[in-house]
Design a protein around this ligand. Structure first.
Ligand code: VGL
Ligand code: ZN
Length: 209
Protein backbone atom coordinates (compact mmCIF):
# COMPACT_ATOMS: atom_id res chain seq x y z
CA UNK A 1 0.00 0.00 0.00
CA UNK A 2 1.14 3.50 -0.70
CA UNK A 3 2.24 5.45 2.36
CA UNK A 4 -0.06 8.17 3.54
CA UNK A 5 2.00 10.55 5.64
CA UNK A 6 0.27 12.65 8.24
CA UNK A 7 1.70 15.47 10.34
CA UNK A 8 0.10 16.23 13.71
CA UNK A 9 0.86 19.72 15.03
CA UNK A 10 0.44 19.45 18.80
CA UNK A 11 -0.73 22.46 20.80
CA UNK A 12 1.28 25.22 19.08
CA UNK A 13 -0.66 27.84 21.00
CA UNK A 14 0.21 31.24 22.46
CA UNK A 15 0.04 30.13 26.10
CA UNK A 16 2.82 27.58 25.47
CA UNK A 17 5.14 30.15 23.86
CA UNK A 18 7.61 32.38 25.75
CA UNK A 19 5.52 35.02 27.55
CA UNK A 20 2.49 32.73 27.67
CA UNK A 21 0.69 31.43 30.76
CA UNK A 22 2.39 28.00 30.61
CA UNK A 23 5.48 28.98 28.69
CA UNK A 24 7.56 26.15 27.29
CA UNK A 25 11.23 27.23 27.13
CA UNK A 26 12.09 28.02 23.48
CA UNK A 27 8.65 26.82 22.47
CA UNK A 28 8.57 29.41 19.68
CA UNK A 29 11.37 27.54 17.89
CA UNK A 30 9.00 24.80 16.77
CA UNK A 31 6.94 27.16 14.60
CA UNK A 32 9.42 27.51 11.73
CA UNK A 33 9.97 23.74 11.68
CA UNK A 34 6.23 23.09 11.65
CA UNK A 35 5.81 25.51 8.73
CA UNK A 36 8.72 24.11 6.72
CA UNK A 37 7.59 20.50 7.09
CA UNK A 38 3.92 20.89 6.19
CA UNK A 39 4.42 20.75 2.38
CA UNK A 40 6.11 17.36 2.80
CA UNK A 41 2.88 15.74 4.05
CA UNK A 42 -0.28 14.37 2.46
CA UNK A 43 -2.37 15.39 5.45
CA UNK A 44 -1.82 17.95 8.22
CA UNK A 45 -3.97 18.16 11.36
CA UNK A 46 -3.60 20.13 14.58
CA UNK A 47 -4.55 19.62 18.21
CA UNK A 48 -5.63 22.49 20.44
CA UNK A 49 -5.68 22.49 24.24
CA UNK A 50 -9.12 23.99 24.93
CA UNK A 51 -10.09 24.22 28.58
CA UNK A 52 -13.24 25.73 30.07
CA UNK A 53 -12.57 28.41 32.72
CA UNK A 54 -12.13 26.72 36.10
CA UNK A 55 -10.76 23.50 34.60
CA UNK A 56 -9.72 20.88 37.15
CA UNK A 57 -6.09 20.95 35.94
CA UNK A 58 -5.75 24.60 37.01
CA UNK A 59 -4.13 25.25 40.40
CA UNK A 60 -6.60 28.13 40.78
CA UNK A 61 -9.44 25.58 40.91
CA UNK A 62 -7.99 23.94 44.06
CA UNK A 63 -7.82 25.83 47.35
CA UNK A 64 -4.31 26.24 48.83
CA UNK A 65 -2.69 24.75 45.72
CA UNK A 66 -0.06 26.10 43.40
CA UNK A 67 1.17 25.11 39.95
CA UNK A 68 3.32 21.99 40.10
CA UNK A 69 1.37 20.48 43.01
CA UNK A 70 -0.18 17.05 42.58
CA UNK A 71 -3.86 16.36 43.24
CA UNK A 72 -6.37 13.69 42.32
CA UNK A 73 -8.65 14.52 39.41
CA UNK A 74 -11.15 12.10 37.93
CA UNK A 75 -9.47 9.26 39.84
CA UNK A 76 -6.05 10.05 38.34
CA UNK A 77 -2.97 11.81 39.65
CA UNK A 78 -2.92 15.29 38.16
CA UNK A 79 -0.17 17.92 37.99
CA UNK A 80 -1.64 21.36 38.54
CA UNK A 81 -0.93 24.07 35.98
CA UNK A 82 -1.41 27.81 35.79
CA UNK A 83 -4.67 28.77 34.05
CA UNK A 84 -3.96 28.25 30.35
CA UNK A 85 -5.63 27.76 26.97
CA UNK A 86 -9.02 28.92 28.21
CA UNK A 87 -11.57 28.46 25.43
CA UNK A 88 -11.70 31.54 23.22
CA UNK A 89 -8.89 33.41 25.00
CA UNK A 90 -5.89 34.85 23.10
CA UNK A 91 -3.67 32.33 24.90
CA UNK A 92 -5.64 29.44 23.43
CA UNK A 93 -5.22 30.72 19.87
CA UNK A 94 -2.66 29.13 17.58
CA UNK A 95 0.67 30.94 17.31
CA UNK A 96 0.21 33.85 14.91
CA UNK A 97 3.15 32.71 12.78
CA UNK A 98 1.95 29.12 12.51
CA UNK A 99 0.74 28.39 9.00
CA UNK A 100 -2.79 27.04 9.23
CA UNK A 101 -3.93 26.96 5.60
CA UNK A 102 -2.90 23.34 5.11
CA UNK A 103 -4.40 22.18 8.41
CA UNK A 104 -7.41 20.10 7.40
CA UNK A 105 -8.98 19.53 10.82
CA UNK A 106 -8.42 20.76 14.37
CA UNK A 107 -8.95 18.38 17.29
CA UNK A 108 -9.74 20.13 20.57
CA UNK A 109 -9.08 18.48 23.92
CA UNK A 110 -9.24 19.15 27.64
CA UNK A 111 -12.82 20.38 27.35
CA UNK A 112 -14.20 18.23 30.20
CA UNK A 113 -13.57 20.17 33.44
CA UNK A 114 -13.22 16.92 35.41
CA UNK A 115 -10.34 15.30 33.52
CA UNK A 116 -7.20 16.46 31.73
CA UNK A 117 -6.26 15.41 28.22
CA UNK A 118 -2.62 15.46 27.21
CA UNK A 119 -3.03 13.19 24.19
CA UNK A 120 -4.73 14.49 21.08
CA UNK A 121 -6.51 11.12 20.84
CA UNK A 122 -7.99 10.43 24.29
CA UNK A 123 -8.37 12.02 27.72
CA UNK A 124 -5.90 10.92 30.40
CA UNK A 125 -8.24 8.15 31.58
CA UNK A 126 -8.76 6.93 27.99
CA UNK A 127 -12.48 7.40 28.65
CA UNK A 128 -13.41 9.55 25.69
CA UNK A 129 -11.90 9.79 22.25
CA UNK A 130 -11.50 13.08 20.39
CA UNK A 131 -12.15 11.24 17.13
CA UNK A 132 -8.60 11.78 15.87
CA UNK A 133 -7.76 8.05 15.63
CA UNK A 134 -10.85 7.15 13.61
CA UNK A 135 -10.35 10.23 11.46
CA UNK A 136 -6.78 9.25 10.58
CA UNK A 137 -7.83 5.68 9.83
CA UNK A 138 -10.70 6.93 7.70
CA UNK A 139 -8.31 9.12 5.73
CA UNK A 140 -6.02 6.14 5.16
CA UNK A 141 -3.15 7.41 7.28
CA UNK A 142 -0.36 4.88 7.76
CA UNK A 143 2.52 7.02 9.02
CA UNK A 144 2.04 9.68 11.65
CA UNK A 145 4.65 12.33 12.47
CA UNK A 146 4.20 14.25 15.71
CA UNK A 147 5.74 17.60 16.68
CA UNK A 148 4.91 20.61 18.85
CA UNK A 149 4.44 21.36 22.54
CA UNK A 150 5.22 19.97 24.95
CA UNK A 151 7.59 17.02 24.41
CA UNK A 152 7.12 15.71 27.96
CA UNK A 153 3.31 16.04 28.02
CA UNK A 154 1.01 16.42 25.02
CA UNK A 155 3.54 15.42 22.35
CA UNK A 156 4.55 12.32 24.31
CA UNK A 157 1.03 11.12 25.03
CA UNK A 158 -0.11 11.82 21.47
CA UNK A 159 2.80 9.84 20.01
CA UNK A 160 2.25 6.94 22.44
CA UNK A 161 -1.43 6.76 21.52
CA UNK A 162 -0.69 6.96 17.79
CA UNK A 163 1.69 4.03 18.15
CA UNK A 164 -0.78 2.08 20.29
CA UNK A 165 -3.45 2.59 17.62
CA UNK A 166 -1.17 0.93 15.11
CA UNK A 167 0.26 3.84 13.15
CA UNK A 168 3.92 3.87 12.26
CA UNK A 169 4.78 6.83 14.49
CA UNK A 170 7.62 9.34 14.39
CA UNK A 171 8.59 12.03 16.87
CA UNK A 172 10.16 15.04 15.15
CA UNK A 173 12.58 15.75 17.97
CA UNK A 174 13.79 19.22 16.94
CA UNK A 175 10.20 20.22 16.14
CA UNK A 176 9.24 19.77 19.79
CA UNK A 177 10.16 21.44 23.09
CA UNK A 178 9.44 20.33 26.65
CA UNK A 179 8.27 21.92 29.92
CA UNK A 180 10.88 20.08 32.05
CA UNK A 181 9.20 20.54 35.42
CA UNK A 182 11.98 18.16 36.56
CA UNK A 183 15.37 18.24 34.83
CA UNK A 184 15.61 15.24 32.52
CA UNK A 185 11.86 15.02 31.81
CA UNK A 186 12.42 15.51 28.07
CA UNK A 187 15.12 12.84 27.88
CA UNK A 188 12.92 10.43 29.81
CA UNK A 189 9.92 11.22 27.60
CA UNK A 190 11.94 10.50 24.46
CA UNK A 191 13.20 7.22 25.94
CA UNK A 192 9.64 6.22 26.84
CA UNK A 193 8.46 6.94 23.29
CA UNK A 194 11.36 5.01 21.80
CA UNK A 195 10.67 2.03 24.07
CA UNK A 196 7.07 2.01 22.84
CA UNK A 197 8.19 1.82 19.22
CA UNK A 198 8.06 5.50 18.27
CA UNK A 199 10.83 6.38 15.82
CA UNK A 200 12.74 9.53 16.75
CA UNK A 201 13.80 11.67 13.78
CA UNK A 202 15.16 15.14 13.02
CA UNK A 203 13.30 17.48 10.67
CA UNK A 204 16.19 17.41 8.18
CA UNK A 205 15.65 13.68 7.75
CA UNK A 206 11.96 14.25 7.07
CA UNK A 207 12.85 16.81 4.40
CA UNK A 208 15.21 14.31 2.79
CA UNK A 209 12.74 11.41 2.82
C1 VGL B 1 0.08 20.67 27.96
C2 VGL B 1 0.24 20.81 30.24
C3 VGL B 1 -1.10 21.16 30.33
C4 VGL B 1 0.76 20.40 26.65
C5 VGL B 1 -1.26 21.00 28.04
O1 VGL B 1 0.26 20.86 25.59
O2 VGL B 1 1.80 19.71 26.66
N1 VGL B 1 0.81 20.56 29.06
N2 VGL B 1 -1.83 21.25 29.22
ZN1 ZN C 1 -3.83 21.95 29.34
Amino acid sequence: MQQMRTLILVDIQNDFLPGGALAVPRGDEVIAIANELQPRFDLVVATQDWHPAGHGSFASSHPRSKPGDLVELGGLQQVLWPDHCVQGSPGAAFAAKLQMNRVETIFRKGTDPGIDSYSGFFDNGQRKSTGLGDYLKGRGATEVYVLGLATDYCVKFSALDARRLGFRTFLVEDGSRGVELQPGDVTRAIEQMRAAGVEVVRSAAVHAS
